[in-house]
Design a protein around this ligand. Sequence first.
Ligand code: PLP
Ligand code: COI
Length: 354
Amino acid sequence: MIDTLQVKITENSNPRLASTEFKDIAFGKIFTDHMFMADFEDGEWKNLQILPYGPIPMSPAISALHYGQAIFEGMKAYRLPNGEVSVFRADKNFERFNISADRMSMPVLPEEVFMQGVAALIGIDKGWVPTQENYALYLRPVMFATESSLGVKPSETYKFIILASPTGPYYTKALKVKIETKYTRANEGGVGYAKTAGNYARSLYPFAEAQKEGFDQLIWTDSATHTLIEESGAANVMFVLDGKLITPAVGETILNGVTRDTIIVLAKNKGITVEERKVTVNEIIAGAKNGTLTEAFAVGTAATVTQIGEIGYDGELYQLSESTTRIISTGIAKELSDIRNGLVEDRFGWNWVV
Ligand code: PLP
Ligand code: COI
């Protein structure tokens, strides 16, 4: 049983909800009227509160800025047909948050702080959960080190904040992706499995280089040999090869995606053969050449299910099948969307009605 915590509430006296245009909102640009915040001090989490979304005073010496002790999560709340709001698989994001915290030498966050923070924020900003198809309220829990100290050591103090941002699809078209064979996102012994800020910082330069070549996104390969496929941008990647759904097995260098796990469950349930294993660049390119690669797609909370239309590798561009022919991924994407939006039975108990 989770204890009920005291959450202090300070309402926003200048709410923006009524004046916000919900059409065509870009990912992560608009935030709701409130945020949830808690402080880690003297070895415990305290000062749980809902307050107006806005700047918070900080010392320029906080260690998150200098040494990168910062982790985050991403999940979505959906509007159900009866008007209620449901958050998708928040328990998995909570679990992963503490896996990231552990790797970055940050304190464990109690489940009740995470869950009641989400519930309190949705409680006050429920009106911000979009009703349009393919829209949701993106929830962004973040924890960062707040000690003003330039010594390289774990901070003694932290802040945990949850932001909420109404959003539509992160990508609106099939992607042209480049299999990256120079830069890497992660390496064995590193922090690839943690959702930590530096993983995203290091991806920006290679991403910009690929964009200059006309690509929308990267497919990361292993740092030792560049022969194994890992992820695609800030999403996991899946393929349909010879009728089987294949995806790289998660490990130290791959984020254990909630969407990935969800799609694997749905696919197996439909009787589709799923292989979680090492996926070689060679087999994907061979499949693209001989037509046995019938589908390729990126999966993530922000990305949802995004089709990959073209793959660039070693100076060649491989055109994949039309998105309309992709029965497996589009079928699963539809089922997933229907579960999240409460249009079909939530057979696996994934929706948490807040
Ligand atoms: N891989 C990376 C690097 C990500 O940032 C994300 C996004 O969260 C994912 C994979 C997909 O994970 P999830 O489905 O839990 O959002
Ligand atoms: C998410 O899907 O929640 C992510 O974290 C991707 C984000 C970095 C755009």
